[in-house]
Design a binder for this molecule. Structure first.
Ligand code: MLT
Length: 407
């Protein structure tokens, strides 16, 4: 008799953004006139910049001719892209990461979900709370956690590191030493950032205790402050304890194009094995490479024109972030984030729970955000707004919120 993976049955409900999508669709179906503005899922709204479009067109044309046509891509990525990443994202910042330590993929969501596969099931996982749900759910699916505890609203067997106003939304070094530590900075969902000294403490802790840090730097392009690290490899000793996940979705608008990469330094050895080799084996076996045309688009991100155009695009979204942050703060909301990240994290007004505020905003203002409790128990009483809307929609959404929500 066929059995299923019972670990999946431990997961309550559906994936956060699917639940939100369904709720919004149902509301729209009942209120066909409502002009709903979504500041919910962190999906970009601006078109791909001209340098990327040119590169895509050129690559598509190459695929039309026998002499330049390409079949399977190299499983770990084309050298032209791996070299561009190594140089621009790492070596130019003084970080010694080589092209062959970079694994090109179809995006950071897949990598952040798949990376746990190269680790044993007996590893103890630590995550921030609130947290991007993929890190936890994929460890649940793999069987690395206990059951969902309905009272605590989290999983047994996971170390949750609360990130609340009281600690500046930054996790503290856990007393119980984990094996795998997921960190995301600049942070999704709180929009908070960590200083270089702060991150160095985590690197030192991981090296001292033999942990591995899985560092998600998907929002790196939004850093505006000086002492905020763009990569964990700016910290001394990170090559022996950290894996970094990166995305082209937020810095270059590739949410629908799909491209990302993972960095695993060759010195990162656990249990006598180089993690680099395990991930290469996994990638080679389960992945046939990101499409050639998409990798050429990724290469354009690092061209002179691409960099200039993307700086402007990131600036566009950060203007939204500033508008949301400042307008809501002026209106009396308690807000954080939005300075080094495209997310604004606000306290729900009154005694409203995160989901109550979600429903209230949807009904009264036709504005969609993301309930903080969807990211974990410690997100209760908070709400996330994204800066990825159009400027016009952002202004409209904020004015509706100001009008409809009394504090
Ligand atoms: C979010 O809204 O948290 C992001 O869009 C999720 C993602 O990047 O997968």
């Amino acid at each position: 008799m066929v059995t299923v993976n019972h670990n999946y049955l431990k997961l309550p409900g559906s994936y956060l953004f699917s639940t939100i999508g369904k709720k919004v669709k149902a509301y729209q179906a009942e209120h066909t006139d409502a002009r709903i503005i979504s500041l919910g899922i962190g999906d970009v709204t601006q078109p791909l910049v001209p340098a990327i479009i040119d590169s895509l067109h050129k690559a598509v044309e190459e695929m039309a001719h026998a002499e330049t046509f390409r079949g399977y891509a190299p499983d770990l990525g084309y050298d032209f892209l791996r070299n561009a990443i190594a140089k621009n994202d790492y070596q130019d910042r003084g970080c010694q990461i080589c092209a062959d330590e970079i694994f090109v993929s179809d995006g950071a969501k897949s990598d952040s979900g798949n990376i746990q596969e190269i680790f044993g099931l007996d590893n103890k996982v630590a995550v921030c709370d609130p947290v991007y749900p993929v890190y936890v759910d994929t460890n649940v699916m793999a069987g690395r956690t206990g059951f969902y505890n309905t009272q605590r609203e989290n999983f047994d067997g996971v170390i949750y590191m609360p990130c609340r106003e009281e600690n500046g939304f930054l996790p503290e070094l856990p007393e119980e030493v984990p094996d795998l530590i997921y960190l995301c900075f600049p942070n999704n969902p709180t929009g908070g950032a960590i200083t270089k000294e702060g991150l160095q403490q985590w690197v030192d802790y991981a090296n001292k205790n033999g942990c591995v840090i899985i560092y998600d730097a998907a929002y790196e392009a939004y850093i505006s402050e000086e002492n905020v690290p763009h990569t964990i490899y700016e910290c001394e000793g990170a090559r022996t304890c950290a894996i970094e996940l990166r995305s082209f979705s937020k810095n270059a608008g590739f949410t629908g194009v799909r491209l990302g990469f993972t960095v695993i330094p060759k010195e990162l050895v656990r249990d006598g094995v180089a993690l680099h080799d395990l991930w290469a084996r996994r990638h080679g076996t389960k992945f046939n490479g990101a499409p050639y045309i998409v990798q050429r688009a990724g290469e354009a991100v690092y061209s002179t024109e691409g960099k200039a155009q993307l700086k402007e695009q990131v600036g566009y979204y950060m203007r939204n972030a500033k508008t949301i942050r400042e307008s809501l703060a002026n209106a009396g909301f308690s807000v954080s984030g939005g300075v080094n990240a495209p997310y604004i994290w606000l306290k729900t007004p009154g005694k409203m729970t995160s989901w109550e505020f979600f429903d209230y905003l949807l009904e009264k203002a036709n504005v969609v955000g993301t309930p903080g409790s969807g990211f974990g128990a410690q997100g209760e009483g908070y709400f996330r707004l994204t800066a990825f809307g159009t400027y016009e929609n952002t202004l409209e959404a904020i004015s509706r919120i100001e009008k409809e929500v009394s504090l």
